[in-house]
Design a protein around this ligand. Sequence first.
Ligand SMILES: Cc1cc2nc3c(=O)[nH]c(=O)nc-3n(C[C@H](O)[C@H](O)[C@H](O)COP(=O)(O)OP(=O)(O)OC[C@H]3O[C@@H](n4cnc5c(N)ncnc54)[C@H](O)[C@@H]3O)c2cc1C
Length: 270
Amino acid sequence: MLVVACIKQVPDTTQVQIDPVTNTLVREGIPFIVNPYDTHALEEALYFKDQFGFRVAAISMGPPNAEATLRKALALGVDDAILLSDRCFGGADTLATSNVLSAAILRLNQQEEVGVVLCGKQTIDGDTAQVGPGIATRLGYTQLTLVDRIESLDPVKKTIRVRRKLEGRYEIVEAPLPVMLTVVRELNRPRYPTVPMRIDSADAQVQVWDNTVLGLDVNSCGLKGSPTWVSRIFSPERDKGEIIGDGFGDPVGTAKLLIHKLLSKDLLHA
Ligand SMILES: Cc1cc2nc3c(=O)[nH]c(=O)nc-3n(C[C@H](O)[C@H](O)[C@H](O)COP(=O)(O)OP(=O)(O)OC[C@H]3O[C@@H](n4cnc5c(N)ncnc54)[C@H](O)[C@@H]3O)c2cc1C
């Protein structure tokens, strides 16, 4: 059985800045990292490999430099690392991204039966949390989102039981394979690559699948296949901090001052 981990290369957002003139992300000189949630997806895929002997494939859609992300996955022990990269995949929204990733998973399924697809809960750049469910919908897989614990997986019966972390409660759900899981940080603690594995991975091959491999209609991927677009991107304006009253000595008076201030700015009626 094959487990597929979807991993995305993202800018290290603690250092991202927005060009105030063009309103676009300043990407030059910014280091890229594996989306943090995806490191947990990858770790769980590798745990399944250790536990059940499943084969693991890591896939990523992105520009050629996203190969570095997949090389990290190879260093951790994935069997196949596949970069989905083609000019016609560029400018994709979440719908078009899900189309490309689903097509790759379908293709992998022709080689070996896919049992589990693992995605992060969301990315730290796009942040939509739509791609995992988009993949599940396109492939007709059961989707189990916000998974924080795998209760059990039965490869013979082909079922999985997971715990979902919801607001103020947990939910235990069992589903037949194949499934698509989106995972949260609490699921596991990602492993680090050992030095020998890093060295081995330097020579390991990251496969590159372009659209001649996937054979998608160009109108279903990239900018052409994206019904949504970013009309404007900007940093929120910040007013300089202002000390209002003495919150320790006079909490009631300070609260009144604050309410007066907010009302005078008409913020509470906005
Ligand atoms: C019109 C438009 C144009 C855009 N153009 C660009 C562009 O040119 N370049 C650009 O970088 N972004 C672009 N984006 C952003 C792009 O839509 C998102 O990066 C992408 O669709 C993923 O969405 P997300 O980051 O919200 O992922 P989420 O839905 O939050 O991700 C959930 C999970 O899905 C998986 N996943 C998501 N994306 C990938 C991926 N690419 N590969 C593997 N797994 C993945 C990961 O496991 C991730 O944790 C554009 C968006 C729009 C609307």
